[in-house]
Design a protein around this ligand. Structure first.
Ligand code: SAM
Length: 235
């Protein structure tokens, strides 16, 4: 009698686990930000979001051409356009389902409505591969790479490509948190082919592609706050 009750309990527990597993399969690692691409309409939240990517520490001058590599749908450029004018943004990403002109236009419309003024900034969606950005050559005053370096599968080829897209006096900004002990970097490399490089390796790889590190800083608040690194092409 007792044994059959235990058998039933075990059976029901197994069924329950199966149901829960099918409803909520384990979340696959993704290259996309955990918080997605929020459209924010509150000034404080917008400033906080920009600061989380160190974009509060970069000045953008009228007329500049800026490329953001791994930009998603350009949500950060939409926010920046509340504060900076007369810029051309290349919204660049490998993922065409997230980065395409339609998705970028939706973001731009949202922030135009928020600003209640037309934008003088231009927004161009562009898709690349693991080793090429597909940006036009020798055109960018600034190239941003925010929380993206670790996902590039062929980092050296990609960085050599980026170098061709910068003007000679252009700047390359890489913003990334450092990995923690809990990150399984070998798994990320084997399973997804990401480079998953710690900061030191990022820096040495970028330098080996002909860049010079001219600034590195960190606004330290919590353990996962990012570093901002600024590179220029080595003379
Ligand atoms: C964590 S998200 C960062 C999105 C955004 N930059 C941010 O800071 O919220 C990483 C992005 O990098 C993109 N990505 C990965 N490999 C790439 C590559 N080789 N070229 C361009 N984008 C890439 C992914 O598609 C994804 O949109």
């Amino acid at each position: 009698m007792k044994r059959s009750i235990i058998k039933h309990i075990v059976l029901y527990a197994c069924i329950l686990v199966c149901i829960l597993y099918c409803k909520n399969p384990p979340v696959e690692e993704t290259m996309q930000p955990y918080a997605g691409y929020p459209l924010l309409d509150n000034q404080d939240s917008i400033k906080q979001m920009l600061a989380s990517r160190c974009l509060d520490s970069i000045n953008f001058n009228n007329g500049e051409i800026i490329a953001d590599i791994g930009a998603g749908n350009g949500y950060l450029e939409g926010m920046l356009s509340l504060f900076f004018d007369s810029l051309t943004f290349y919204i660049q990403d490998i993922d065409t389902s997230i980065c395409n002109q339609l998705a970028v236009n939706k973001v731009v419309d949202f922030y135009k409505n928020l600003k209640k003024k037309p934008f003088s900034n231009k927004f161009i969606a562009i898709n690349g591969t693991d080793s090429t950005s597909n940006l036009p050559d020798n055109i960018c005053d600034k190239i941003l790479m925010l929380y993206t370096y670790q996902y590039i599968r062929k980092p050296k080829a990609f960085i050599l490509d980026i170098k061709k897209k910068l003007k000679n006096d252009g700047l390359f900004y890489v913003v990334n948190p450092q990995y923690g002990d809990y990150d399984d970097l070998d798994f990320q490399r084997k399973e997804y082919g990401w480079n998953a490089s710690p900061l030191e390796k990022e820096i040495s790889d970028i330098i080996s592609c002909g860049f010079e590190l001219i600034k590195i800083s960190r606004k330290y608040g919590s353990f996962d706050d990012p570093y901002i690194m600024v590179f220029k092409i080595k003379d």
